[in-house]
Design a protein around this ligand. Structure first.
Ligand code: AMP
Ligand code: ZN
Length: 119
């Protein structure tokens, strides 16, 4: 459940530094290194699960923890009136780091439209 070459596994281990927000037995949260908004952090499982598509029934407690902690951490970061979560999945979803992560983004009131599709 650990990939020695994975950048986010290295962050969990402290082999790569990060600005940590939170950690428990199942998840780890840290500020994104290239924030797209004043508040932009990532919540990741401690287990190396490459993408959301790889999540299984056994991961339900961890996935629930990611979602319930998002609101707490966003509020603590100043997002008292709302925020956005996003999980990019796979090639089509333009996922860059293949260790499951949920983006939590906030700051602008309101945030820009969710996704702009070219027509
Ligand atoms: P995604 O495109 O959904 O895979 O997003 C990967 C995110 O990881 C990007 O927003 C990056 O800025 C972020 N990221 C990559 N390396 C680091 C790092 N060392 N510390 C914090 N965030 C990182
Ligand atoms: Zn990993």
């Amino acid at each position: 459940m650990h990939d020695p070459d994975c950048i986010f596994c290295k962050i969990i281990d402290g082999r790569i530094p990060s600005r940590k927000l939170y950690e428990d037995d199942l998840i780890f949260a840290f500020h994104d290194i290239r924030p797209v908004a004043p508040v932009h952090f990532l919540i990741i499982p401690k287990a190396h699960i490459p993408t959301l598509s790889d999540a299984e029934t056994a991961h339900e407690a961890m996935l629930g923890r990611m979602l319930t902690k998002a609101g707490d951490l966003a509020r603590e970061a100043g997002c008292t009136d709302g925020f956005r979560t996003l999980i990019n999945c796979g090639r089509v979803g333009r996922q860059e780091v293949y260790h499951l992560h949920m983006h939590v983004v906030g700051g602008p009131d309101p945030l820009p439209p969710m996704i702009v599709f070219e027509r």
